[in-house]
Design a protein around this ligand. Structure first.
Ligand code: TNX
Length: 860
């Protein structure tokens, strides 16, 4: 049986393993048996028992192997050498002090399984096959001190392995990771490094996304322009700059020679490479290099991702000849059984408006363009089959008709898509975006995509590819496994963000793919990751995401929760960036200006978390619409210990449950019995309307006075609405301001008031691309003193729609402007130190993005 096609549920039965099998057992016999912490292996093995003996690898240790396993033995030798400095001898005679390697098909374990035994006399690893033996060696590495992952000699380390008995094999035969090398180009060396890290986690598929709108990255000898032109973007290239490439020529590609080397390198690590050439959409790099591949259509509509003219014409017969040539070269380069042909997000408007495609529809008796999608994919399926390969595609390949049941489907839009494909008889790989897309942010406010929600480590870990009620056992057996994907639109910066987005989430997906579901527990996994595995990652020199710490504020005191046991938390209270010598957090402390708090978790001196600004205030009150009623009503809540100083304050109405909403028409701060600040606007909280904000400027604050919040509120149409009220002080100056622009505005989709409400979760986006001389002007109601100013453009946490060529100008009188800054990566900032009446953003030269997004001003 092909290892990928293995039916995991049947082998679970075959090997008599029940779902509840225990991960940790204690060794019986062999001296004193005492409870040991598990060795924090990742992925967690099927069964492991630990004892009190240990074995130390020294320079005299030999690797005992038969001819059959010599190749694997050499790999182990190579793996252990850099950090230990030992060149362990391979031997065919076992004289003790050895690591014994063997393969035994009759060992009673499924494909990729292995057994590892370690005691005071030595270590033996037996694989069910070569891959199993290799994974066993990876487990051995994890049993050694974490410094084993260093690539230079480590002194004064005792390379000892505790007594262990491990029996292990994967839950799924397909455990993959995708890296998008089109939107950002990663060097051949980096790709190798990436694969090496995957193999350390027993991931056996590297899905290589090689082509997309923003760059073609695989050398095709027959069509040299694909890389001569299609691999580059920039001011004078066929491809426009995008995703952070700015005014520079940006790109690159992998030569066939490099690809062969990467394939060899991966195979050595038992990683298969699944190449993806994304067609018929996502093909701007092709159509810009070979325009004849396009439809004959005047259409200029954009794909969901905003790209024009990026679809292969299905009515041009020569296109299939070209695809035949391309896939012919791809098939020769990659030994893996599958080729991925993409198939996602095709803008079918081009087919509806192309004469050739319309002719094709007529000839074939097609009634919808979805059938062209099916026609196209089927033609490619024939090509792939002729090359001796099987085809795989994104779940949209099922649109518009049937495909051979051999064709694999990658379910990315949701688990449902995978269920549908399995029901239709296709092999399925599960990678629903909301669990498996590592281009999503890992926490609120972090750089990344957002369309599938926050994909935290815990969220990834919670995914069970077989958790459905709809599929029969047979249909479930078509779910080959699981993958994660890292799309690279927003990986251009900061440096090494690809590693930040990959780890530790890859550790979670590795365990989802490997470990029996019944043995997986989030708390246990998280403990293993943070206590031990972080050290391994650090020694591998992976710049992984260190979890941030959450600070909360209540009654004048800041409390910081440690994100994991033993985390080193440092902070400042003056808005300065914490460093490795900033104050160490030990216990709750009094903090007069929590909005200026900055918190950072240090894993070591060079690896730390993002900085978190401020301390989250506790809700000071809550609403229950049943006590408010549907008639307008004035409600009051005391603000003792909540409002504590002069400044700009935001009230957030945060719905907590219920399907309906409350409506508010004004909110005011009342001092003693006098209104000192009021914000009058109609807002809805709850239902689909999110969390509105009200805004107040407070001066003459005195702790002697009594403060209250007063609101006019009613339940909108029914009383099923609940929520919390939070009042937080802004760290910025947030005066009354109005905005004007000469840009076209869509008032209902993106109103200019998004820039004046001081709600930093709303932004303004223009309707069209800005031109030279376009402006956005902020006029303050009264001139006020500003010490520093920062203006951010672009969708927050991405490089999309940001201004790179522009001027930031200020005016003291509202008419005469002076330039104070340009824009870099979408941001302009300046020290001011005087009274300002107006602030203007002016576009200079050519704006390369389709729109311009502007965020609320940051004034201090
Ligand atoms: C959808 S997933 C895409 C990619 C994007 C990704 C961003 C898929 C088949 N297509 O082109 O990069 O979303 O999350």
């Amino acid at each position: 049986m092909n290892k990928i096609e293995r039916n995991h549920s049947s082998f679970l039965k075959r090997w008599g393993i029940t779902a509840g099998a225990c991960a940790i057992m204690l060794l019986a016999g062999g001296g004193i048996v005492k409870a040991q912490p598990q060795k924090a292996l990742i992925p967690l093995p099927v069964s492991a028992a630990y004892g009190t003996e240990s074995f130390t690898i020294n320079e005299k240790t030999t690797i005992f192997c038969t001819k059959e396993v010599k190749e694997e033995a050499k790999k182990l030798q190579k793996m252990l050498k850099p950090a230990t400095g030992y060149s362990l001898k391979l031997t065919s005679k076992d004289k003790g002090n050895s690591i014994r390697l063997s393969i035994n098909k009759g060992i009673g374990l499924p494909a990729e399984g292995y057994q590892l035994h370690a005691d005071s006399k030595g270590i033996s690893i037996t694989g069910a096959d070569a891959a199993g033996l290799y994974w066993g060696c990876q487990t051995l590495r994890q049993l050694l001190p974490a410094q084993i992952y260093q690539n230079s000699k480590q002194n004064n380390i005792v390379w000892s392995v505790d007594q262990a008995d491990i029996k292990d094999y994967p839950r799924f035969g397909w455990r993959g990771m995708m890296l998008d090398c089109s939107r950002q180009f990663f060097s051949a060396d980096f790709v190798k490094q990436y694969i090496d890290w995957l193999s350390a986690h027993k991931i056996n598929i590297f899905h290589w996304h090689l082509t997309d709108d923003q760059g073609w990255r695989i050398e095709i000898k027959k069509y040299p322009l694909l890389t001569q032109k299609g691999a580059w973007r920039g001011p004078n290239e066929v491809l426009q700059p995008s995703f952070g490439s700015g005014d520079n020529r940006y790109g690159g590609y992998y030569t066939q020679k490099e690809i062969k080397e990467i394939v060899r390198y991966a195979a050595e690590r038992h990683v298969n490479i699944l190449p993806e050439v994304d067609i018929p959409g996502h093909s701007r790099a092709v159509t810009a290099s070979y325009p004849e591949t396009l439809c004959q259509s005047g259409d200029t509509s954009r794909s969901v991702q905003g790209e024009k003219q990026n679809v292969w014409c299905a009515g041009r017969e020569e296109n299939f000849k070209m695809l035949d040539d391309i896939f012919g070269e791809v098939a020769k380069l990659f030994p893996f059984a599958y080729i991925h042909i993409g198939g996602d997000e095709v803008n079918k408007n081009y087919w509806s408006s192309c004469q050739r495609d319309q002719q094709l529809m007529k000839e074939m008796g097609m009634t919808s363009v979805d059938q062209i999608q099916n026609y196209f994919i089927k033609r490619v399926q024939t090509i792939i089959t002729q090359k001796g390969k099987k085809m795989l595609g994104w779940n949209e390949i099922l649109e518009g008709g049937k495909l051979d049941s051999e064709t694999g489907v990658m379910a990315w839009t949701g688990v449902d898509a995978g269920i549908e494909a399995a029901q239709k008889g296709h092999p399925v790989i599960m990678l629903p975006g909301s669990y498996c897309y590592f281009d999503m942010s890992q926490a609120r406010g972090e750089r990344g995509h957002w369309w599938a929600g926050i994909v935290s480590l815990e969220r990834v870990y919670s995914f069970d590819p077989l958790n459905n009620q709809q599929l029969s056992a047979e249909e479930n057996s078509r779910i080959f496994g699981v993958q994660a994907a890292l799309w690279s639109e927003y990986l251009d910066r900061p440096a090494r963000y690809v590693e930040y987005q990959s780890y530790p989430r890859i550790c979670a997906i590795a365990e989802v793919g490997w470990t029996p579901q019944a043995q997986r527990q989030w708390a246990d996994f998280n403990q293993r990751v943070t206590s031990n595995h972080f050290h391994r990652l650090a020694n591998m020199d992976i710049k992984f995401r260190v979890p941030t710490a959450t600070a909360t504020f209540s009654k004048g005191e800041v409390t910081i929760a440690e994100p994991y046991t033993g985390a080193t938390i440092r902070y400042t209270t003056d808005a300065s960036e914490p460093t490795s010598t900033s104050t160490l957090y030990a216990q709750p402390f009094k903090c007069p200006s929590p909005e200026l708090l900055r918190t950072k978790v240090y894993f070591n001196d060079t690896l730390s978390s993002n900085t978190v600004a401020g301390a989250e205030p506790q809700p000071f009150a809550s609403w229950d619409a049943s006590t408010i009623g549907t008639e307008w009503k004035t409600v009051e809540y005391p603000l003792t210990d909540v409002l504590y100083s002069n400044g700009y304050w935001q009230l957030e109405l945060r719905p907590t449950k219920g399907t309906k909403a409350v409506e508010v028409r004004n909110a005011a701060i009342v001092r003693n019995s006098e209104i000192v600040a009021i914000d009058e606007h109609l807002a809805t909280a709850g239902g689909k309307n999110g969390r509105p904000y009200y805004h107040f400027a407070i001066d003459n604050f005195s702790s002697q006075d009594t403060y209250k919040l007063r609101m006019e509120v009613h339940a909108k149409d029914s009383i099923d609405s609940y929520g919390s009220l939070i009042l937080r002080k802004s760290e910025y100056t947030e005066p009354k301001v109005s905005v004007t622009t000469n840009l076209k505005v869509n008032e209902s989709k993106s109103p200019l008031t998004n820039l004046t409400d001081w709600n930093r979760s709303t932004t303004f986006t223009s309707v069209e691309a800005p031109k030279d001389g376009d402006y956005i002007t902020f006029e303050l109601k009264e001139p006020i003193f500003i010490s520093r100013l920062e203006v951010r453009t672009g969708i927050p946490q991405t490089s999309r729609y940001s201004l790179n060529n522009g001027a930031l100008e200020i005016s003291e009188n509202g008419t005469d402007f002076t330039n104070v800054s340009g824009f870099t990566y979408g941001t302009g900032s300046a020290t001011i130190g005087k009274k300002v009446k107006s602030i203007r953003i002016r576009v200079i030269g050519k704006h390369l993005d389709s729109f311009l997004t502007v965020q609320d001003l940051m004034l201090w």
